[in-house]
Design a binder for this molecule. Structure first.
Ligand code: SF4
Length: 223
């Protein structure tokens, strides 16, 4: 399995905010978000090819039950179901973070989807590919049908709300599973957006999530 890093930290987003967890960041992504906060997951110098057994031993070394598998995009890794099976059988709580464009059956306790809005389209040669790939309502529906889910949207501007409301209505996504988070790779960028986003969440009755790891440590590998 191609991985970028394994580390121990606090869950920084969503329903399990603040829970001490071991993170497995897989390498590579099929999208090219303009504001991607983990581009290093694609850097060759950060990528290791490890067996499931090696990954399992590194994850369990911390003796912590909650495991968060994130990326990159974890569903690009064909060995993912095998790793989840092993973690599930040994009593770990598995959160899988995904951009919700790819699906395969596997065991997980929480699927943390983050479908990408139009605000994610990069200003580069990757724009057309990203625009075609960034939303897959069929896959989002599959996750919602087969798993316990949360659906996190990264909000860059108040006008993003229209796209969010349309997706929630059209797919449809249960409103209580939706979480809005401010876009920002640094605490100062989050601070610019958190107050108006909090007001939007109050008005529209969406759950708000900060991005605790960025507030605490900035945008750094291993956090
Ligand atoms: S889906 Fe996530 S990992 Fe992939 S480019 Fe977008 S922000 Fe980065």
């Amino acid at each position: 399995m191609k991985i970028s890093e394994i580390f121990y930290s606090l869950q920084g987003e969503g329903q399990l905010l603040g829970v001490p967890s071991v993170f497995l960041r897989t390498a590579h992504c099929n999208l090219h978000c303009r504001w991607c906060d983990t581009p290093y997951a694609n850097w060759q110098s950060h990528i290791q090819d490890l067996s499931i057994e090696d990954i399992y031993h590194q994850l369990t070394h911390f003796k912590v039950k909650p495991i968060v598998i994130t990326g990159g995009e974890p569903y690009l890794q064909p060995e993912l179901p095998q790793l989840c099976e092993l973690l599930h059988a040994t009593g770990h709580h598995i959160t899988l973070e995904t951009n919700a464009t790819l699906f395969m059956p596997l065991k997980a306790h929480l699927i943390s989807m983050s479908p990408k809005l139009a605000n994610s389209v990069p200003d580069s040669t990757k724009a057309a590919h990203h625009q075609r790939q960034r939303l897959n309502p069929t896959v989002i529906h599959q996750f919602l049908t087969h798993h316990q889910c949360q659906v996190k949207f990264v909000v860059d501007h108040p006008t993003d709300l229209q796209e969010i409301n349309e997706l929630v209505h059209d797919i449809p996504i249960p409103k209580e599973q939706v979480i809005l988070m401010p876009q920002g790779q640094h605490p100062a960028e989050l601070a610019q957006r958190q107050h108006w986003l909090a007001e939007i969440c109050k008005t529209e009755q969406y759950r708000y999530s900060p991005r605790l790891h960025i507030t605490l440590w900035g945008n750094q590998p291993g956090t």
